[in-house]
Structures are given as C-alpha cells and as structure tokens.
Ligand binder design. Structure first.
Ligand SMILES: [Zn+2]
Length: 319
C-alpha cells in the first residue's frame, strides 16, 4: 500500500444550503429576531437600571445565537458561512427593530401612557425616522441620561455586547457535527469510546492523524494521572459508513513561573473511521482496564504497545 492511501480522511462540510434553510431563515429566524429586538427595547426602557442593559444584551444574544444555530441545524445547513451570515442578519434585524420601537416606547414610558398601535408607531421603523431620532438624542439627551459622543459610545458598547453574547451562544450551539450526505441527516453523538491515560501533547498524535487510529498504540502512557485524552465518535444513525472520531484532552500544566493551569487541547477533529476501528478502540479500553485491575496500579513506564495485548497487523507496518 502506498503512503497516500494510508492517510485517513477528515470530515469537511459539503457547503450545501437547502432551499428549506433559506425559507426557514426568512420565515422563522428574522421574525423571531424582530420580536426579540422589540422585547429587548421594552426591557431597557421600562426597567431603567444600568445593569439591566447587560442582562438584556445577554438575554437577547442568547435568544439570537441559539435560535440561529438551531434553525440552521434544522434546515440541514452544511455551510458555516451561511449560518454565521444568518446569525448576523438576525442581530441586525433585532437591533433595527429595537431602534424602531424606541421612540414610541420611551414616549409611552415618560408620559405613562399606553402604547398605541398606530401609524405613528409604524413610522418609527422608517430608516429616516430612526436617523432623526438618533440625532435628536445626541443633540439633546438620550435614554441613559447622556448626550453627544458619550451617548454614541454607550450605543456602540451596547451593540458590541449583543454581538458578543450572540457569537458566544452561537459558537456553543454550532458544534463541528458532521453530516452524512448519503443519508441526508446529521450524525449523532459525541459518544465517548475510551479515555486514555496519555498526554494530548504527545508527539505520536501526529502519527495518528497520518496513519489512523492504529497508531494510537504508539502513544506513551503517563503515570501521574494528571492528563488524559478522551476519544469520542459521532456516527450516522442511518448507515454504518459515516463514523467520525475526535479526541480532546486536558491536563494541568506548569509554566516557567510555576503557575499551573488547566489546558484543554483538541487532538483530532472528525477523522473518518470504520465501525471496526471503533470496536478496536473499545477493546483497547477494556484491555487497559483489565491490565490496571490486575496490576492494582498504572504501569510505571512504557507505551500502550507494552501492554500484553494483541496488535492489529497494520500498526506493525509503521516504523
Ligand atoms: Zn449515513
């Protein structure tokens, strides 16, 4: 076998965006963002505590980020750029809607009057009206009791906070989940296969990404138990072909000043593996458990290879 054919493949998204996803963004995400923006504005206007702005920005960011990720997932979007764009559009719509409502809500709050759903309220959504309202506040006195550049600064910080919280929520919800193109569905997981007492910074991980999971037996076992790497899989629920292995691990590391900090490192991300390779990894975990059980402790030195276990023949072909 040539070296090239031994190389495992890693998942990369196809970049497809189904028509349904465009419809869902237009018909679900944008209206939801507009309503959230109005609710946000009402919260800021009617609950006039400065801290409230932060809680409100956090809440709005959470709603926008998680719904954008969820809708794109539901719409089977395999292009992260589209998902990010949809999220950006949601933030813009929400912020615009908040401004559209601001004058009407502030008037209602100051005068203690009920909010009238009339032409005047709708007119507030016109871009020219928003611009006029903004410049009036800058010249006179705005919502937080400021005017001029300090007020503009507050608006920029406010928008920045909304973007920041949206981005954080979106990134947490939009994971690197692979999509099975032949079954037209998302893979499920992650399911942990085995947790190994090895370092995530072991140079042998390079070998694993070059020749596949068989090289995992070349990793050096560590004795202090401070570090470990967890191997997990995401599999297609419909077929046996789409299986992806990821590995991440952490440990306490000391720097030159002697300060220790916990570091989480992703070692492998979505490497295509077979069901048989997954079973071999499970078996490796069982063998390790047994070996530790018999010894009553972890082996003092040696790599996984030194374990009294059988090898898969392809591992023997590596130098
Ligand atoms: Zn499948």
């Amino acid at each position: 076998m040539s070296a090239a054919s031994l190389r495992p493949s890693f998942y990369s998204p196809s970049g497809l965006v189904p028509v349904a996803a465009w419809i869902m963004v237009a018909a679900l995400l944008i209206p939801l963002a507009v309503i959230s923006g109005m609710v946000y504005c009402a919260a800021v206007v009617f609950i006039p505590v400065v801290k409230m702005r932060w809680i409100a920005s956090l809440g709005l960011g959470w709603v926008l980020g998680s719904s954008a990720a969820r809708i794109c997932r539901l719409g089977k979007v395999r292009a992260t750029l589209f998902a990010v764009g949809a999220t950006g559009l949601a933030v813009a719509s929400a912020y615009y809607a908040a401004w559209g409502m601001h004058r009407a809500l502030l008037t209602a709050a100051r005068l203690g009057a009920d909010l009238q759903f009339n032409q005047e309220l709708l007119r507030g959504f016109l871009p020219t009206e928003i611009a006029r309202w903004m410049s009036w506040q800058v010249q006179n006195i705005g919502g937080p009791g400021l005017s001029g550049w300090p007020l503009v600064g507050v608006w920029i910080i406010e928008l920045g906070a909304i973007i920041y919280f949206t981005r954080t929520t979106f990134r947490a919800a939009w994971d690197e989940r692979p999509f099975c193109e032949s079954c037209d569905c998302w893979t499920v997981g992650p399911e942990e296969v085995v947790s190994l007492p090895v370092s995530p910074s072991d140079p042998a991980w390079q070998r694993v990404s070059e020749i596949g999971p068989d090289a995992i037996r070349k990793l050096q076992l560590i004795e202090d138990g401070n570090e470990s790497v967890s191997l997990s899989v995401r599999c297609c629920p419909e077929c046996e072909r789409a299986n992806y292995l990821s590995a991440a691990g952490g440990g306490w590391h000391a720097n030159e000043q002697g300060e220790t900090s916990y570091q989480e490192i992703t070692v492998l991300r979505n490497m295509a593996v077979t069901r048989q390779q997954i079973e071999e990894l499970r078996a490796l975990g069982d063998e390790l458990d047994e070996a530790y059980h018999e010894l009553g402790q972890r082996p003092a030195d040696g790599s996984l290879e030194n374990e009294p276990v059988s090898y898969s023949d392809s591992a023997a072909s590596s130098p």
